[in-house]
Design a protein around this ligand. Structure first.
Ligand SMILES: [Zn+2]
Length: 216
């Protein structure tokens, strides 16, 4: 962990960068980070920059895994309900379609956007952004893709949706027998992988890594 103050020099001889703390506005000189380390503001301990263990390969691998798990979340039954002599099986997309059919078009579109479209857009843009970086190439599409990734990231509400499903399950469980399907397990793993991607995508660190690369 490196905490560098405003006037400090990078002892390793690497390039250092002046950054303003988003929390308290202190100007801090941040040295090039080693993998798995982070720079904190010396005044308020706010995280200024973080370099994930494994470098670019970590968010790239996690994004590919998350996209695969999202595919599985839609390929099998999400959950089934048994009660009053009836059995109903639903898939993830079925959830959204049911909302739409029951006059909740706005809610259906919001869920579809925040849980399906934005997370997929985020993951695809992340993969396209990181593949050239992984190969050591400074791709000109990086700034545009970074705008999508860091603009979309806060709106992808995978974890909120999962929390909502779990809360509903506790209510439904008293009325019907609920069985979780393979896609539910895949979705839980997808939500975990997705939040790991988001936590390893440090904006300052990625821009710095990209600037260090040669144009090819
Ligand atoms: Zn601060």
């Amino acid at each position: 962990m490196s905490i560098l103050e405003e006037s400090s020099q990078d002892a390793s001889g690497g390039e250092s960068e002046l950054m303003a703390c988003h929390q308290c506005d202190l100007l801090v000189e941040v040295a090039e980070l080693e993998e798995g380390s982070k720079a904190l503001c010396p005044r308020c301990s706010h995280k200024l920059q973080a370099s994930p263990r494994g470098g670019v390969s970590r968010p790239l691998g996690l994004s590919i895994a998350a996209l695969g798990l999202f595919g599985l979340s839609n390929a099998f039954p999400f959950m089934s309900f048994k009660g009053a002599g009836q059995e109903q099986m639903i898939t993830l997309c079925h959830n959204v379609m049911e909302l739409y059919r029951h006059d909740s078009e706005l809610l259906a579109l919001t869920v579809f956007g925040l849980v399906v479209v934005l997370p997929c857009l985020y993951l695809v843009a992340t993969i396209l952004m990181l593949i050239p970086m992984r190969k050591g190439r400074r791709h000109p599409a990086f700034p545009g893709l970074a705008k999508i990734v860091f603009g979309v990231g806060p709106w992808a509400m995978v974890d909120v949706f999962l929390l909502g499903v779990l809360v509903s399950l506790t209510k439904i469980a008293s009325m019907a027998k609920v069985e979780l399907g393979l896609s539910f397990i895949a979705f839980v793993l997808f939500a975990a992988a997705f939040s790991m991607v988001v936590s390893s995508m440090d904006k300052e660190w990625l821009w710095r890594e990209w600037e260090r690369l040669e144009t090819k």
